[in-house]
Ligand binder design. Structure first.
Ligand code: ADP
Ligand code: MG
Length: 291
């Protein structure tokens, strides 16, 4: 496209909440045949709410929440915000964290009140050599209801779990439908657990890959590209940045992290996937004008 037509499209896009950072992304979008899309914060609200707090024997719910929420206050993950809000809503006072470490796609660790605390998924527990088998059944039952379950370890021992519900965005089903009708293959990739992911994917009627690491998401994109697909990736998190950068068109949610927005060529300001339909129409129009 000419610089002029791109400029016009960029201006029009900005008006409609589609920020074009990279002209090539806009030019390519109309040719995209495969959309890889993140779950948490992209297809779902990304505003999860704590629904269950289950403390292991000998651990009080208050202590569990204090430890976990104090730690999560230092994280920018949407799950972290849910836990902090859940703890505050239950009147739990938070403490200071030392040695905070964020393990992207797995969880967080740190020291609170002299306790070593780890909060995250099964992979994190494995990494921390925590035997979480006593919580496995309850966790799995919650996942079948679509909950995301975070396991908690204190000083290397399973201390409980916290479950959150993150509803699918109201606009997601219709957007997925419209994208499909326009000939796109839509595929959800998520770092979340397989059972939870299946519950969400089933609601939307889409294919999915679960328990995918941030680098794994980029590999999914590259694999599809090797098959000759022209791939767009939509995501919001730090964990999506490698895939956003690998895709021909990276689409970041404006409600997400700065890292994601820096990695994407297009930002949907309101974080609404309907913006993707607008962006695609904009791309079609722009390219048609010059042909
Ligand atoms: P998604 O791909 O769905 O956006 P992520 O890759 O960001 O998910 O995270 C994958 C999983 O890692 C989460 O489902 C959660 O179990 C765990 N996790 C990531 N960050 C955190 C955190 N700050 N606190 C607890 N668990 C986390
Ligand atoms: Mg996400």
């Amino acid at each position: 496209a000419t610089p002029m037509s791109i400029m016009v499209a960029t201006g029009r896009g900005a008006h409609e909440g589609v920020l074009v950072r990279n002209a090539e992304a806009l030019e390519t979008l109309e040719k995209v045949d495969t959309l890889v899309v993140d779950k948490t914060g992209t297809l779902t609200e990304g505003k999860p709410r704590v629904t269950e707090v289950i403390a292991a024997e000998g651990v009080s719910e208050g202590d569990l929440l204090r430890a976990v929420a104090s730690l999560e206050r230092a994280s920018e993950h949407p799950l972290a915000a849910a836990i902090v809000a859940g703890a505050e809503g239950r009147g739990v006072a938070l403490g200071a964290v030392k040695e905070f470490v964020s393990v992207t796609g797995k969880g967080v660790t740190g020291v609170i009140d002299g306790w070593c605390v780890a909060v995250g998924n099964v992979a994190l527990m494995r990494e921390e050599r925590v035997d979480a088998s006593a919580m496995a059944q309850r966790a799995e039952a919650l996942r079948r209801d679509g909950r995301t379950v975070m396991l908690v370890a204190i000083d290397g021992k399973a201390a409980g779990l916290i479950a959150v519900a993150d509803p699918v965005k109201g606009s997601s089903p219709e957007v997925i439908d419209a994208l499909r009708k326009s000939g796109l293959r839509v595929m959800m990739v998520t770092g979340d657990n397989r059972t939870t992911a299946a519950a969400v994917a089933e609601k939307l009627g889409i294919e999915f890959e679960a328990e995918v690491s941030p680098e794994g998401k980029a590999e999914v994109v590259r694999r599809l590209q090797k098959e000759g697909k022209i791939v767009a990736m939509a995501g919001d998190g730090v964990n999506d940045a490698p895939a956003l950068a690998a895709a021909q068109v990276g689409i970041a949610m404006g409600t997400g992290t700065d890292v994601a927005m820096a990695a994407g060529g297009i930002t949907l300001v309101s974080g609404d996937l309907r913006g993707l339909l607008r962006a695609r129409r904009l791309s079609e129009k722009t390219m048609k004008n010059i042909r």
